[in-house]
Write a protein that binds this ligand. Structure first.
Ligand code: SF4
Length: 420
């Protein structure tokens, strides 16, 4: 029996899909890359943006056509959209066999068991990871911050930190399988707390384990990123020199309406503190354009903040209405043409900034971890500690190795160079 999983949305979903795949493989199924070949298809949905929901429904439509000719095809819907729109999915897509929301992720094994062939395998069957370079490990689920535009607290429930013993076991297993980089995931990793261990404590415990070479984490919330954590990153060389610190807006009125719980000035102070303590850090950020009520003046504040702070990378999102969030009920919606115009202005400017920041690498030899190799083009894809992608030509597959590359060319979000 073959299965196919389509993952939409964030890294948390990628990680949940990996876990589902582990369970299915442990129960005798084989993963395939084309849903047309599969006996079980699952779409792990996202509801952060409207477009992701649209994509899930169109995929389900295509799967229905397959099921019409292959009635035994099992179709499942998991993730955030399955959490808040389960009823709608079941009504619109009666042919779906199971719908399992993000809050109920732990019930996945129970839910799919009835569709699996009878084998001696169980959920305890040991699963061997195929050797890979990095591994996402979820350290927290849910979120209790209730940013007014965000659906996550409603679909994933309140913030819950995972027992650090479970996390440490997962890390040990990953490094034993040859994983070189551990990426810790949570909606707000800075507020991790389990039995008296905070996020800094967790990082210390993980770095103390044998064979752990690189640790990354995301995402951070400016209101919770502590001095203690900044100190730890500064002295702990196993922690990558990259912090993703979402700003969302440079206007205090908009930040307040977003319920972000910090002002622009507080953000800037934190940003400068990090830069001063960790000079080689790369700080990247998120911005939402067109939040309800965003005036030209508010946008100007965001634009100026981007120029002043000089982020190494900026992810700019157009505001997307999410049902049942406080922002959905707010008036003064910004017309789409204005959102698009502001988006383009900020994107063009931030790309110039990121490229300029990357230019400092030209002619420098830097250490990178090789993530992928294309044998046809003989090109390797790697990443430096600052989370910038680096491409270079290589005759050999060096995947999983740390190598030196002399940078010859830079773009806003990547660089290329010569293997040394
Ligand atoms: S911190 Fe805010 S934006 Fe991030 S998941 Fe929580 S509510 Fe959503």
């Amino acid at each position: 029996m073959k299965f196919y999983i389509e993952t939409l949305g964030c890294q948390m979903n990628v990680n949940d899909s990996d876990k589902m795949a582990e369970f299915l493989v442990a129960n005798g199924l084989t993963r395939c890359d084309d849903y047309a070949d599969a006996d079980m298809v699952i779409v792990n949905t996202c509801s952060v943006r409207f477009s992701a929901e649209h994509k899930a429904y169109s995929l389900l439509g295509r799967w229905k056509e397959i099921k019409d000719n292959k009635p035994n095809l099992v179709i499942g819907v998991t993730g955030c959209m399955a959490q808040y729109a389960a009823k709608e999915i079941k009504t619109r897509c009666k042919y779906v066999d199971f719908v399992l929301g993000a809050k109920d992720f732990e019930k996945f094994s129970k839910t799919v068991k009835r569709f699996l062939p009878k084998t001696n395998s169980s959920s305890l069957h040991p699963f061997t990871h195929s050797p890979d370079v990095f591994k996402y490990i979820t350290i927290m689920r849910g979120c209790s911050n209730f940013c007014s535009y965000c659906i996550v607290p409603y679909v994933r429930g309140p913030e819950q930190s995972i027992d650090y013993n479970i996390i440490l076991d997962e890390v040990k297993k990953a490094v034993n399988d040859g994983i070189k980089e551990i990426i810790l995931l949570g909606q707000n990793v800075n507020s991790y707390s389990y039995n008296g261990v905070n996020f800094t404590g967790l990082l210390q415990k993980i770095s103390a384990l044998d064979n752990v070479t690189r640790i990354r984490f995301m995402t951070n919330h400016p209101k919770d990123l502590s001095d203690e954590l900044i100190e730890e990153i500064a002295v702990n060389k196993k922690i990558c020199r990259h912090i993703h610190l979402p700003l969302q807006s440079g206007s205090n009125d908009i930040l307040k309406a977003m319920n972000r719980k910090y002002t622009y000035e507080q953000y800037e102070t934190l940003y400068n503190k990090i830069k001063n303590k960790i000079p080689d850090i790369n700080i990247t950020s998120d911005i939402i354009i067109g939040f309800p009520g965003e005036t030209d003046k508010d946008f100007e504040a965001t634009f100026n903040a981007s120029r002043k702070l000089q982020f190494g990378g900026l992810f700019i999102f157009k505001y997307s209405v999410r049902p049942n969030t406080p922002a959905a009920k707010m008036g003064n919606k910004v017309p789409l043409e204005i959102i698009k115009k502001r988006h383009t202005l900020l994107l063009e400017d931030s790309n110039i900034i990121s490229k300029k920041i990357n230019e400092k690498y030209i002619d420098n030899t830097i250490e990178v971890l090789v993530e992928r190799y294309n044998a046809e083009t003989k090109t390797a894809e790697a990443r430096n500690s600052q989370n910038i992608k680096v491409f270079f030509d290589s005759d050999k597959d060096l995947t999983g190795q740390v190598v030196n590359v002399k940078i010859t060319k830079v773009l806003p979000n990547s660089m290329s160079g010569k293997l040394q």
